[in-house]
Write a protein that binds this ligand. Sequence first.
Ligand code: CP
Length: 304
Amino acid sequence: KRHVLDVEGWSREEILMLMEQARHMEDLMGRPIKKVPALRGKLAVNLFFENSTRTRVSFELAEKMLSADVVNWSSSGSSAAKGETLRDTAWTLEAMGADIVVIRHGAVGAAQYLAKKLKRAVVMNAGDGAHAHPTQCLLDLYTAWKHLGDLEGRKVAIVGDVEHSRVARSDVIGFKTMGCQVVLSGPSTLMPHQIGHLNVTYERDVRKALEGAHVIYLLRIQRERQRDGLFPSIDEYHRFWGATEELISSFSRDVLVMHPGPINRGVEIESSVADGENSVILEQVRSGVAVRMALLYLCAGGAA
Ligand code: CP
């Protein structure tokens, strides 16, 4: 049994093996393959304490494609709203036969905590606070790998609200593990206080950060996690760091524009860029199903 809690600790070889497995989960058009019986008889519970569209739906699709029985649980309308603890909620669901628990929670470490408390279920972290979003990272690596092949030596510019982003933290680790050079850009107020341990560079000027980049990874400005009055305003952000057509077209014609979604059109990304020919944003979404199928198969399938 192997939980998926963080990409920290995954080797390059393990990530490549996962990507090869994900490729088997897609047809030649990049669509998920037809249903297979790999998880027949297993019960997957998707435990979402925070909102989600992409992660929740793609986990559900992946579980169903692998023939698992699926229960979707959300905190609103559950006994968590009456004060039941995370541990008791998870034990209750495990007592009803859960083999796989996918959890998204606002608290850092929630998935790790469940992995310790549950006796037999495999735990998949679908995002814990501003800490980690490993499955998003793996689908991002898979999308970039499908376009660029070997990622060794590629330059990845991550632009935006790094401070509040669990995706940024996981993607920095993931792209670095694959041998990429990673540069962060955005207002200094939206950068983590210390980035030295991340082994990346910070370039405030987005034009300098994007020079020579193979991947431009844009992050959502997480207004819900910011206190009022912080610099910059949304208008200022868009003016200095927003991905406009003019900005993107001044770099390589082949640069990949990525974003984990949901996007704020007109803030960190202009619609013409989000929907433009360099954008692989919807491909990321589609890759999410194959990558999550691969993870579920490897971690909770018959061979696990
Ligand atoms: N990228 C991502 O986690 O999107 P959702 O919040 O819609 O799941």
